[in-house]
Design a protein around this ligand. Sequence first.
Ligand code: IPE
Ligand code: IPE
Ligand code: MG
Ligand code: MG
Ligand code: MG
Length: 322
Amino acid sequence: MNDWFEERRQAVEKELATLAIPGQPARLYDPIRYTLVLGGKRIRPVLTLLGCELYGIPYAKAMPQALAIEIFHNFTLVHDDVMDSADVRRGMSTVHKKWDPHVALLSGDAMLIIACQQLFRAGNEHLQPISSIFMQTALGVCEGQQLDMDFAVGEDVSLTDYLDMIRLKTAVLLSGAMQIGAVIGGAGSGQLEAIRSFTENMGIAFQVRDDYLDAFGNADFGKHIGGDIREGKRTWLTVKALEMADQHTKERLAAAYANADLNLRVQQVLEMYNALDIRTLAEEAVNGYSAKAVHVLETMDGDQKVKTWLRELVDFLMGRTV
Ligand code: IPE
Ligand code: IPE
Ligand code: MG
Ligand code: MG
Ligand code: MG
């Protein structure tokens, strides 16, 4: 990524590395340290910083809230990996595998609390609005995660239902991240609404790209490729394939998904995706939502340089492989 991103990412990294996290009990706090320094792209905290800078305020002012967002995000990942039975994240063992699921539950809870501690390091005038955005965001993520699990076992899921689920589980956090920064930068409600629209479109593109990489990515992705198919998760690819397929193909896809041999399951599902050219359709969907985000961005006010950076961020996320 570009210099401006690298500078902000490193500033976040430095703050995360120096967070005062207690030593004992080790099985509570070690997994937190392990998770927070394992890397990750740091997209969300950088969005918080840019939200602030968009209105001419230096990013340092929003740093505690940027940390809050990144710690919250990492908490959702620790719990998500339990829910998705995922073994690998960022190329490393997930917390519930390295320790155990009980450790993942409680360390995750503690991360949520540490996130709140950082969030509340704000001036009095900002505490109410940023808390309100944060709580609404966090509940949205829970709703999205529950729908994600419901969809994995449910019968029919329309593309509209699916898009609303990923808006909740993924896009609202990108949105909350940037809105909180913008509040600290002095944004008004009209500006927050534009940010919501920009980030939600970007977030939907981001999650469709994540679904795509889960099936077609390489080792850089840092997660077990084919993990969604192995777990029987509904993704944009599955929902789109089912929407397009004739009755016979639908039955074959359902049979492939039900295959108890997981390697064969992945192979067969990928074959069906290829036959339906789902790969191209997913790329088009990512481009389409990214274009919507850029369109909203063009109508937004704020610092021109920061808007250029946000545009570069959308382009980076569209083509990401990590
Ligand atoms: C992973 O988010 C969870 C999704 C919403 C797809 P990221 O891809 O931002 O994960 P890290 O933080 O960079 O590892
Ligand atoms: C991400 O969904 C949503 C949250 C973590 C809240 P995924 O389950 O697709 O994320 P990854 O692929 O595990 O990162
Ligand atoms: Mg997951
Ligand atoms: Mg999940
Ligand atoms: Mg995923």
